[in-house]
Design a protein around this ligand. Structure first.
Ligand code: FAD
Ligand code: SF4
Length: 516
């Protein structure tokens, strides 16, 4: 701490606001005290993966050290600091009183609950807090609602094209490079083993002391970690290393194998950049620009479908889900279109199921705090939807287990895209499949206790009967959807005996979900 504690302003930095490029830090000001804290309010609102807790605190501590080195004044409350009251507002009050400060500034948070908390708070002296932009996203909170004003559904493609045009990304004048906006059709290959998958770039941070603090404090967590070797980046510098690694090693095949899944390989050609992006150590612009630059430098190595597939995820999906979140909160967190009430099967917490696709995905998630998009959508999400699980329980699981899970991006993907709990605001139809799709996109079925080809009978793949059961019980809600009509026509052509056996099989499985 400075020898001259005459501060006129406190600036609050939240754990996901590690944006070293923010205009706040352009100038040193001895009158400003930056405040950061590790609080139970944040470790306990859901049960997080241990790697997530450690990676956030580790990155926060590194960020605070960098600010101190740069000459800024910081008050950093560690989890076990005796002055830590474990609550955002109580800590702000205490620090404001200790330094007699009458102004609190904060960057707009991305989560509704924190936004509400900070918006309604004021200093002990009565002054309301003052907010400013986090200077991270391409879009504003309301860009999406303005773009779709008056529309009942939000088409991601339309939003994405608007942003491509606006920012001139992969554009030739007013037209997309390659005369196509979307290369999705080319980006759906099964992994055939012809191209070796490079090892992921793992950092090996020794966070033994931090781990001991978290354990000693009694923070409840899930998942596994080797605290001598935490693999997640702790700084902007390391995050940039990850970007370079991705562009060189993984981008050349990112699009092609984007939807592929493989036993024992949780990362494949995915970037693992979501943690760095969501903590704002990296900006979406620099990641998109790096990928586009890599494509321009080496078009012989990186084709347009690869880079477009990647840009779509960040400029398209990421900005889009944020817009959906702000256009629909707080009501979005209550949506339950199918009125589902089941609990999550117990094996979501330990991976111990005979269904190999779920076993691989959940075990990988517990080991790494990570699963890639198709595993989240078409394995764990698909099963939860087919099994009729309460979206609140599904949300809690996703919000806890993944390294990148922060509500604004988690809930829109989970309730919206994956569970269709918003009734079709995000997805034009529920993302569900039978075992057929999983077999097409992975090698899971060959190592499974269940038979992918059977719909009923001993060891029939549960996805098969549950798929038809899902459509049958939700027929009144889904039948009119033009994208689903074919499913009902196929079902109606089955014999009554076949339909009956299939529904009985589904009923049998639904009665013993925990034992599958
Ligand atoms: P890559 O496949 O390498 O993609 C590059 C980047 O694109 C990601 O880092 C991410 O920033 C962005 N991106 C890709 N898809 C999406 C998407 N659908 N929405 C928003 N951004 C996207 N992502 C989160 O960041 N946090 C979450 O809590 C989260 N929960 C999800 C829950 C479900 C049910 C589903 C289906 C998806 C979820 N996603 C979430 C989106 C996506 O699965 C992750 O962003 C991605 O798997 C992160 O790994 P990666 O960095 O290797 O991504
Ligand atoms: Fe999953 Fe069914 Fe394939 Fe087994 S057979 S891995 S349960 S899809």
């Amino acid at each position: 701490m400075s020898s001259s504690p005459q501060f006129h302003t406190i600036r609050l930095i939240l754990g996901d606001q590690l944006n070293a490029k923010h205009s706040w830090y352009r100038k040193k000001d001895d009158g400003i005290l930056y405040l950061m804290m590790e609080v139970r309010q944040e470790t306990d609102y859901v049960v997080h993966h241990i790697q997530k807790v450690l990676a956030f605190f580790h990155a926060m501590r590194t960020f605070a050290e960098a600010l101190t080195t740069a000459g800024h004044h910081i008050r950093y409350l560690k989890l076990d600091d005796p002055d830590n009251q474990q609550d955002l507002i109580r800590n702000i009050d205490a620090v404001a009183q200790a330094y007699k400060v009458r102004r609190l500034e904060y960057q707009l948070p991305d989560e509704y609950r924190l936004d509400l908390q900070l918006r309604n708070a004021c200093l002990p002296t009565g002054e309301p807090y003052v907010s400013c932009d986090s200077e991270h996203f391409y879009t504003e909170r309301n860009t999406l609602s303005d773009h779709f004003s008056g529309k009942k559904t939000y088409l991601m493609e339309s939003f994405y094209r608007m942003l491509r045009r606006k920012h001139g990304i992969l554009m030739a004048g007013h037209e997309p490079i390659g005369a196509k906006w979307n290369f999705d059709q080319e980006n759906r290959s099964r992994y055939d083993g012809k191209v070796p998958i490079p090892n992921e770039l793992r950092f090996k941070h020794d966070v033994t002391d931090l781990h001991a603090t978290v354990v000693q404090a009694g923070v409840k967590t899930i998942g596994r970690v080797d605290p001598r070797s935490l693999p997640w980046p702790k700084s902007r510098k390391e995050s940039l290393q990850l970007v370079r690694w991705f562009c060189r090693q993984l981008l050349p095949f990112f699009g092609t194998y984007q939807d592929a899944m493989k036993s024992g390989d949780p990362f494949m050609f995915h970037s693992r950049l979501s943690f760095s992006l969501n903590t704002k150590m990296l900006s979406p612009r620099e990641v998109v620009e790096a990928a586009v630059a890599a494509y321009r430098d080496r078009p012989d190595l990186i084709s347009l479908p690869q880079v477009e597939g990647f840009v779509r995820q960040i400029l398209g999906w990421r900005e889009y889900v944020r817009g959906v979140y702000w256009a629909n909160m707080p009501g979005y967190a209550e949506r339950n279109f199918f009125s589902y009430v089941r609990e999550l099967p117990g094996w979501y917490w330990n991976g111990e199921t005979g269904m190999n696709c779920l076993h691989q995905t959940i075990r990988g998630s517990l080991d790494n705090a990570y699963a890639h998009h198709i595993q989240r959508l078409m394995i764990t999400g698909n099963f939860a939807l087919l099994a009729g699980v309460d979206p609140r329980a599904v949300d809690h699981w996703y919000l806890g287990i993944y390294i990148d899970a922060i509500e604004w991006v988690e809930i829109t993907n989970t309730r919206g895209m994956s569970q269709y709990a918003d009734g079709g605001l995000v997805g034009t139809k529920p993302y569900v499949s039978s075992g057929n799709y999983i077999d097409k996109m992975s090698d899971y079925c060959s190592g499974c206790d269940y038979d992918r080809k059977s719909r009923h009978g001993d060891k029939a793949c549960p996805f098969n009967s549950l798929y038809w059961h899902f459509h049958q019980v939700n027929r009144p809600l889904l039948e009119k959807n033009p994208r689903i009509g074919m499913v009902y026509r196929t079902w109606d052509k089955m014999s009554a005996t076949e339909q009956d056996r299939t529904l009985r099989q589904a009923g049998y499985y639904l009665d013993r979900l925990d034992k599958l």
